[in-house]
Design a protein around this ligand. Structure first.
Ligand code: SF4
Length: 162
């Protein structure tokens, strides 16, 4: 990954503050952790023209940009309010996992982390989108989760949107 320009880093810092406020999260109070992600996002802006999530491996970054799902704020953030990079967190610096299914790695790593501001964020939390994101997750990892279970979870989780 290339080193980002200072002005791009500053732009991504502002983006992070604004998005955190809008989504009812905070920028990780661990400044070092937050800065590492912000710099990674900024480097992708300079390299690819888009803030592709810096916390994943991509076989082809340009193809991934076209798919859009990992452009910050990514689908997982906009659907589940879950940021696996730990950029957008609770005030305690934890990722929100309340809206993830129990078999998602976020729940398995961090347990249940409640959303302190359920009235904000989750802009894309509609059943069809929840299903789409989870179906992709299940297929990529080869998990044996039946379609009906994913749909059921998607409808129940969408109802929690305020
Ligand atoms: S996990 Fe999503 S919201 Fe968090 S930094 Fe990566 S792209 Fe952004």
């Amino acid at each position: 990954m290339i080193e980002a320009k200072p002005e791009t880093i500053e732009k991504m810092r502002r983006f992070a503050e604004t998005f955190a406020e809008r989504s009812g999260t905070v920028v990780n109070p661990n400044k070092e952790a937050a800065e590492a992600v912000i710099k990674g996002l900024a480097a992708h802006v300079d390299e690819l023209g888009k803030p592709l999530c810096p916390c994943n491996f991509y076989p082809d970054k340009y193809e991934e940009v076209k798919r859009r799902r990992w452009i910050c704020a990514c689908d997982e953030m906009q659907v589940f309010k879950y940021c696996h990079c730990l950029l957008f967190t609770t005030p305690e610096g934890l990722p929100i996992t309340e809206y993830l299914p129990e078999w998602h790695e976020g729940r398995q790593i961090y347990g249940l982390v409640k959303d302190p501001n359920p009235d904000k964020g989750r802009a894309l939390s509609k059943p069809e989108k929840i299903y789409e994101v989870l179906k992709e997750y299940v297929e990529e990892r080869g998990l044996d989760i039946p379609d009906e279970e994913i749909w059921k979870f998607a409808y129940e989780t969408a109802k929690k949107k305020k």
